[in-house]
Design a protein around this ligand. Structure first.
Ligand code: UDP
Length: 234
């Protein structure tokens, strides 16, 4: 598979064209940003860790019948993916209270939600990804009602699979962000599933093992990313 020109560079990943029109190479960088890119830095080996973690999780989900853009891992930091049209919606799935939900509700971090909560955010850097309702998605033409229903069904299925998957590896899946893409074959889970976009806590100690360590300067960022890698990939 030939890597051709760069078509998009985001905060943590780069997309390249390949000699196959339907396939792209997703390259994982060590760069890290937080608070709508107001905080910038790098996390050593994050690209390799995230590429490996995401590859393993996409393969696990595929084996359980959840289709994604993942084709195969090509190298330490490169993943071959199907070209999709990304739906401009960030789907946040929450099992425990943390982050913006703690702020919005005044409830303490770590409280278990009585049921899984799915939230919708409009994917827009200039607007800072505002939270929206399903009606906004339809009215502003970001996604059809049918797509929203399918996305929610898949997101809930992913959660049913991933919460026990992480628990078996000593990790509490607190919350995470999913993205979806339109493809000739139907809706596909896209982007990545990594400690950058998931809150992952040690099951016993509740120690944070994810990007919150970078966001809030908690130290031992690399060590915790590596530990997630060890528990998921080893
Ligand atoms: N998240 C993400 N990208 C975003 C916003 C959120 O990956 O642009 C993830 C985040 O890592 C967390 C979950 O989605 O696992 C919920 O994030 P929250 O709404 O609490 O916002 P935050 O506190 O991260 O600003």
């Amino acid at each position: 598979m030939k890597r051709l020109d760069k078509i998009y560079e985001g905060k943590a990943k780069i997309l390249y064209r390949t000699d196959d029109d339907g396939l792209l190479i997703q390259y994982f960088k060590d760069d890290a940003t937080a608070f709508n890119a107001k905080k910038k830095g790098t996390i050593a080996d994050k690209g390799a860790i995230n590429c490996a973690v995401s590859s393993v999780i996409f393969q696990f989900l595929e084996a359980q019948g959840v289709k994604s853009h993942f084709v195969k891992q090509l190298s330490e930091r490169e993943m071959l993916v199907k070209r999709v049209e990304i739906i401009p919606v960030e789907v946040v799935v929450r099992n425990y209270i943390a982050g913006s939900l703690a702020k919005r509700t005044g409830r303490p971090e770590g409280e278990k939600l009585p049921e899984t909560l799915v939230e919708w955010y409009y994917k827009s850097d200039p607007l800072g990804d505002p939270m929206v309702t399903k009606d906004h998605l339809r009215i502003f033409g970001w996604a059809s009602d049918e797509e929203v229903a399918a996305v929610e069904r898949i997101a809930r299925r992913v959660n049913e699979l991933l919460a026990p998957y992480f628990e078996k590896r000593g990790i509490l899946l607190v919350d995470y962000k999913l993205e979806f893409g339109r493809h000739a074959s139907g809706l596909l889970l896209a982007d990545e599933i990594t400690p950058d976009g998931c809150r992952l806590w040690d099951l016993k100690t509740r120690e944070k093992m994810d990007k919150d360590r970078f966001r809030f300067d908690l130290g031992k960022v690399e060590e915790n990313y590596r530990e997630v890698y060890r528990r998921v990939c080893a």
